[in-house]
Design a protein around this ligand. Structure first.
Ligand code: FES
Length: 149
């Protein structure tokens, strides 16, 4: 695992916010089309703020580390800030990921977006104009099969 940064290893070995949230009001589940891994993201949103977040991932070490970091980055933040979370920001916060593992970080970004979309749907609001189209974990960089995974 020498290809991973210390931060990745730390979040992989001690992932933050793992589990389920019984009183979540936004739940997103996405699968990584590239490898078949799955992530579920639970959000508790009160007064436009993400007051709690948990995740479950059945995926590789990079997927676990990026989900863990993503939950840390959105906890306590507003919906607007969470919507701006990109997989690039998560990867940067982890001091980088090996190129072949970048597609794994897309799973975290998409799971957050899917959970926010679920939140809006439950409020009777069409999520697409706000959250955008969900791409179910497809990594644009991987299209064309150049990603090597
Ligand atoms: Fe599947 Fe990383 S999420 S290989």
């Amino acid at each position: 695992m020498g290809m991973y940064s210390e931060k990745v290893m730390d979040h992989f070995a001690n992932p933050r916010n793992v589990g389920e949230l019984p009183d979540a009001n936004g739940i997103g589940e996405v699968g990584n089309a590239k490898c078949g891994d799955i992530m579920r993201m639970y959000l508790k949103i009160e007064n436009n703020t993400i007051t709690d977040v948990k995740f479950m991932t059945f995926g590789c070490g990079a997927a676990i580390a990026t989900s863990s970091m993503a939950t840390e980055l959105i906890k306590g933040k507003s919906i607007e800030e969470a919507l701006k979370l990109t997989n690039k920001a998560v990867v940067e916060a982890l001091d980088g990921l090996p190129p072949v593992k970048l597609h794994c970080s897309v799973l975290a970004e998409q799971a957050v977006k899917a959970a926010l979309a679920d939140y809006y749907t439950r409020q009777g609001v069409d999520p697409e104009p706000i959250v955008g189209k969900l791409d179910d974990g497809h990594c644009a960089g991987c299209e064309g099969g150049s990603c090597g995974v």
